[in-house]
Design a protein around this ligand. Sequence first.
Ligand code: COA
Ligand code: MG
Length: 281
Amino acid sequence: MIQPRSWLFVPADSERKIAKALDSAADAVIFDLEDSVAPANKAIARDLLRKLEPRAAGPTWWVRINPLSGDQLKDDLEVLANSGIHGIVLPKAESGDDVIELAHRTGNIPIHAIVTETAASLFGLMSYARPEAPLAAMSWGAEDLSAALGASSKYDADGGLSFTYRLARSLCLAGAVAAGVQPVDGVFADFKDADGLRAEAEAAAREGFTGKLAIHPAQVEVINAAFSPSADDLAQAETIVAAFEAEPTAGVLSVGGKMVDRPHLIQAMRVLQRVRPTTGD
Ligand code: COA
Ligand code: MG
C-alpha cells in the first residue's frame, strides 16, 4: 500500500462529519473515539462505527482508540468487528512496549502510534523498532504534550514552536525512520489558514515526513499536494535509479553534471516508493 499523505481526523460521534470525511480526498480517515468525543458520547460513536457500511473505494479507515491505561479500551476494540476498519491509532503511546501490548489484543491490524503526548514519551522514541510489532506509522502531538508539561504556551516570543516541541517533532521523525515506519507530521490547528498549513506541510515534506494529520476537510488538498513528489522530483529520481542500474558496480556516478552516490540513490528510491505500491503490505 502507498503511505497515506493526508490523515483526516473526524469525531466519531458525528454522522455528518463522518459522511463528509469519507467523501473527501483524504488518503486515510481517522475516526476519533478519544479527545474529540465527550465521555457521554463514546457509546454512540462506537455504535456508529460498528454500523458503518464498508466501501470499495475512498480513504482507508482507521480508528483512534482511547489510551491503553484507561477503562475504555475493551469497548473501543469491539468496533474492530467492522471489516472496513484497516488500522488503529494509539494515542499517548510511551514506548514500543505499548504497541506490543495493544497488538497482543488486536493481532496483525496495523497500528499508527501518536508518540509524543506525555512527558515520559519523549524518552521512548528509539523503542519502536520492534520487528514483531504491526506498526505502520508514528506521528507527534503538541497539544497534549503542552498540557502534560504544564506549559502556558507552545510558542516562543517570535511565534515559532518552542524548542521542546521542535525536539518532539524531530525525535518522532527519526524514531519512525529508525523503526522503518511512516513518519507523519502533527496537526496544524488553524484550519482557516491555508498558507500557514502549506508552509508547514512543505517544510515537513522537505525534512522527511511523508504525511500529515488533518482536522478539517479543507486541509486535505493542501496536504496531498505538499506530500506528492513533483514531476521534476520523479524524473530526477528515475534518472538516478536508472544510472545505477546501468552500472551496478559503480559507487559514485556523474548524473546531469552532479556527483551522485549511495545516499542520493537511497533518496531517489524513497521518492519513487511514495508513488508506487511496494509488495507485501
Ligand atoms: N471531518 C469531516 N467533516 C468536517 C470536519 C472533519 N474533521 N471538520 C469540519 N467538517 C465539516 C463540518 O461539519 C461542516 O459541514 P456542514 O457545513 O455540512 O455542516 C464543514 O465541514 C465546514 O466546517 P466548518 O464550519 O469550517 O468547521 P466547524 O466549525 O463545523 O468544525 C472543528 C470545526 C474543529 C470542530 C472540526 O473541524 C472538527 O471536528 N475537526 C476534527 C477534530 C478532531 O477530530 N480532533 C481530534 C484530533 S486533534
Ligand atoms: Mg489529544
